[in-house]
Ligand binder design. Structure first.
Ligand code: HEC
Ligand code: HEC
Length: 364
C-alpha cells in the first residue's frame, strides 16, 4: 500500500474546510430577525389578572405560531385533524358532539371543552384536572391514541423540514438552529394562542354590569334566582359553583348526574382517577356557563342535548351519592321561573367572540 505524504493529508483537510465554508449550514436560522413584540391580553375589567408563566411570556410572534399549530393537521398522524377539528372557533372552541371521534373514527369518552377564557383556569385542565398548565395540556392530544394518534418525534421532524415553521420558531423563540425545534416550544406557542381566547365583554350580562343596557324582566328574575338574591324568588344555588365573572369556580364537584349508588360504579371516575381518592370518584371540574348557546350538548359526557334538560336535572336535585354536593337538591321552581333562569344564563352569550379574525384558521 502506498503511503500518502503528510502534505497530501493537509491538502485534503484544506479542501474539506473550504467546502464546508462554501456550503452554509441549511439548519442555521440566524439570518432571520428575532425581534419579538410583547402582547398584552385585553379582558373585561371585571376579570381577574391572567397568570402568565414567567418562562413563556406572550408575544405577537409566539401567538401567531401557536395559532398555526392549532389549526394545522401536521399534528395528526394522517394529516386529517388538528386541534381545531374538535375545538371550532364558531362553536366557542368546542364541537357540537357529545363525545368527539379522533383520526381513526373512534370516539373518545368525554365531550370537547370550550376554550373560552381557558387562560384563567389555574386549578388543573381537562374535566378531571390531570394537566397542570396549558403548556403541559398541549402535549396530550398529539399522542392520544384516540385523538391525533401521532408521535411528537414525528411532528418535530415534520416541523423541521417544513418551508415556514423553522423561521416561525426562530421569530417566536429566538432559536439559532432548526434542531432546537422541540415539542416543548410547540406547546408553549399553542398555550400563548390559547391565552388570547378571552371574552369580548360584549355579552349582555357584561353590558348590564357596565350599565350600558338593562335586563328584561325575565332575565332579571333569572338573575335573582341564579345569585340567590331572594325578593320573592326561590334560590337556584347556581352561583355557588358557577360564579361571576368566569361563571365557574373550577372546583371538582359531583353534581349528581349519574344514577348509581356506589362510588365505585361511576362509568367515568373523573377526578377520582387522578387523586386516587375514593371520595373524588364522579367529581368533575365545574365548566363555565359563558357561551352555552354554542356549546351543546352539555356535561362531561354530553348527555344533555339542551339547556331544558340541564335545568330539569337541577330542578330534580339529581341522584344521591355520598359525595353529591349539598347544594344540589330539588329546587322549587315553577315552569315560568325555570324559563326565567334560562333567559338569564343566555345573557352570557358572546357572539362576537366567534368571529374575531385572530381566532380563525390562518390557512383559509
Ligand atoms: C378528537 C378531539 C380533540 C382534539 C383533536 C383535541 N382536543 Fe382538546 N379536548 C378534547 C376533549 C374530549 C377534551 C376533554 C378531555 C378530558 O377531559 O379528558 C379536551 C380538552 C382540552 C383542553 C382543556 C380545557 C379545560 O378547560 O380544561 C384544552 C386546553 C384543549 N383540549 C386543547 C387542545 C389542543 C391544544 C389540541 C391540539 C394539540 C386539542 N385540544 C386537540 C377533544 C379534542
Ligand atoms: C354544587 C356545584 C354546582 C351547582 C350548585 C350548579 N352546578 Fe352546574 N355544574 C356543576 C358541575 C360539577 C358540572 C359538570 C358536571 C359533569 O360534567 O359531570 C356542571 C355543569 C353545568 C352545565 C353544563 C355546562 C357544559 O358546558 O357542559 C350547565 C349548563 C350548568 N351546570 C348549569 C347550572 C345551573 C343553571 C345551576 C343552577 C340551577 C347549576 N349549574 C348549579 C356544578 C354545579
Amino acid at each position: 500500500m502506498r503511503r500518502v505524504p503528510a502534505y497530501g493529508l493537509l491538502f485534503i483537510l484544506f479542501v474539506l474546510m473550504e467546502c464546508s465554508k462554501d456550503k452554509p449550514d441549511p439548519g442555521d436560522l440566524t439570518s432571520f430577525v428575532y425581534h419579538p413584540q410583547p402582547f398584552e391580553v385585553v379582558a373585561p375589567a371585571t376579570f381577574p389578572q391572567m397568570e402568565i408563566p414567567a418562562d413563556n411570556p406572550m408575544t405577537v410572534e409566539g401567538i401567531d405560531l401557536g395559532r398555526r399549530l392549532f389549526f394545522d393537521p401536521i399534528l395528526s398522524a394522517d394529516s386529517t385533524m388538528s386541534c381545531s377539528s374538535c375545538h371550532l372557533p364558531n362553536a366557542s372552541f368546542t364541537d357540537d358532539l357529545s363525545v368527539s371521534p379522533g383520526i381513526d373514527g373512534i370516539n373518545g369518552r368525554r365531550s370537547a371543552m370550550s376554550l373560552l377564557n381557558v387562560g384563567y383556569y389555574t386549578r388543573g385542565l381537562f374535566w378531571d384536572g390531570r394537566a397542570g398548565s396549558l403548556e403541559e395540556q398541549a402535549l396530550f392530544p398529539v399522542e392520544d391514541e384516540i385523538e391525533l394518534h401521532n408521535s411528537w418525534s414525528k411532528v418535530v421532524e415534520d416541523l423541521k423540514k417544513h418551508p415556514d415553521y423553522p423561521r416561525l420558531f426562530r421569530e417566536a423563540f429566538g432559536i439559532a438552529h432548526v434542531d432546537e425545534i422541540s415539542k416543548e416550544l410547540a406547546a408553549k406557542a399553542i398555550a400563548q394562542f390559547e391565552r388570547t381566547l378571552v371574552s369580548t365583554g360584549k355579552a349582555k350580562y357584561d353590558r348590564v354590569q357596565r350599565q350600558e343596557t338593562f335586563f328584561t324582566d325575565e332575565e332579571l328574575n333569572g338573575y335573582i334566582m341564579f345569585f340567590d338574591l331572594g325578593s320573592g324568588f326561590p334560590d337556584a344555588e347556581c352561583a355557588h359553583c358557577h360564579n361571576a365573572p368566569l361563571f365557574t369556580t373550577n372546583e371538582y364537584i359531583n353534581n349528581g348526574i349519574e344514577d348509581i349508588q356506589d362510588l365505585n360504579a361511576f362509568p367515568d371516575p373523573g377526578r377520582g382517577a387522578i387523586t386516587a381518592k375514593f371520595i373524588d370518584n364522579g367529581r368533575f371540574r365545574v365548566p363555565t356557563l359563558r357561551n352555552l348557546a354554542y356549546t351543546a350538548p352539555y356535561m362531561h359526557d354530553g348527555r344533555f342535548k339542551n339547556l331544558d334538560e340541564v335545568l330539569d336535572h337541577y330542578l330534580s336535585g339529581g341522584h344521591n351519592q355520598l359525595n353529591k354536593d349539598a347544594l344540589i337538591y330539588p329546587l322549587k321552581l315553577t315552569a315560568e321561573q325555570k324559563s326565567d333562569l334560562k333567559a338569564f344564563i343566555l345573557t352570557l352569550t358572546d357572539p362576537d367572540f366567534l368571529t374575531i379574525p385572530a381566532y380563525q384558521s390562518p390557512f383559509n
